[in-house]
Design a protein around this ligand. Sequence first.
Ligand code: PA5
Length: 445
Amino acid sequence: MIQVDLTNVTKFLPGHYEDELIPRLRQAHEQLQKGSGVGGEFTGWERLTRDYDREEYRRIKEAARRIRENSQALVVIGIGGSYLGARGVIECLRSPNYNLRRKDTPNIYFVGNGLSSDALEEVMELVQDVDFSVNVISKSGTTTEPAVAFRFFRAMLENKYGEEEAARRIYATTDAKKGALKALADEKGYETFVVPDDIGGRYSVLTAVGLLPIAVAGIDMDALMFGAGEMMERCSVADLNANPAWQYAAARHAMYKAGKKIEILACFEPSFRFMAEWWKQLYGESEGKEGKGLFPVSVEFTADLHSMGQYIQQGERTFFETVVRFGPSHHLNLVPYDQQNGDGLNFIAGKSMDFIRQQAMDGTLLAHVEGGVPNVVMYTGPNHEITLGGLIYFFEYSCGLSGYLLNVNPFDQPGVEAYKKNMFALLGKPGYEELGRELHQRLGR
Ligand code: PA5
């Protein structure tokens, strides 16, 4: 059961800061519930765990079973919201070392999330001698990075298996009706899954976008959806004392107004790294517009206490931390006793790693708060499908509320187009000639 502890935040804020936010939270909440706010046509994720397409859900499980049976690897092609959620969930629940582990599920490689030739080549080498399938994910169907990567992997599959069998090994997750990928999938006969019209990329992890790779990795998607569903119930209550998303959204908004411009998401679990990447996209893309928004960054403790720790303790006081604290680990490792005690650590011999970590968490909290860094602490329970489903929904709902408190549209991303336009112009895409000439001139070539 996720709990938001604001004890170490309130002392940095004016007393009863929440009181003046309650009417605005109530309004934002109603806008999310009814889809009546700006961008309301993209709030389908809010009721997804109740209203999802049961028939497609069954097909996802069936496709995952087939991929597990006939493939040693799955190549997931997608960028931004089309891959971060799946990667976050798989790494968190199955480990960042998932591909290296002994297991009865395929390796999973994420490509098409950048333009590195070497990264692409590496994965092509890794799958060339094994049976593999491809899940290409793009809502628009025209995003350059995944589209380019798909050309390579589609050609590989067709050369290896012939067109017909390749088509059986390609799964396309895209718009229900339109777009280049949908057209190609229809022409070639790929099995398709839908990115619903009313759900944007960064809110789509609990649709086929995230669920197919997640299911291939052997993760219990029913439990994930159950956890999200439970959290949906909690977030539907219009009461600050009962709704954790209200509490988090209010605290981070008040912090922003009090001059904190950066939110650091911290976790003491290395497997959380890609969940933090997912969170950064969710909040960065939803809030960072019109010259506003907290800048989301992430750290991994205790590793980063030995790199970023110095800055957090004594650098500029322009940020606050949100610390995700998972419950007990799955393994109990007791520190061995050492006769020689050269490192002087026999005083913790026989103690569990969890116990030691707990003291590190508490020590860090006290030090950072003492150093002037407000801390939101999120208690989540053990690292498990139900926990993670709940956490995903919690962050999504809080993000929608936060965007509305900030008076921005939390569901668009107009700024993402700027680099694409310039890249197309520099690449000589038809229609971009004039801008291309201007940019080449500015670059002095
Ligand atoms: O959140 C978003 O909308 C973006 O991150 C998109 O997911 C990303 O740009 C990929 O877009 P597409 O799925 O259309 O290829």
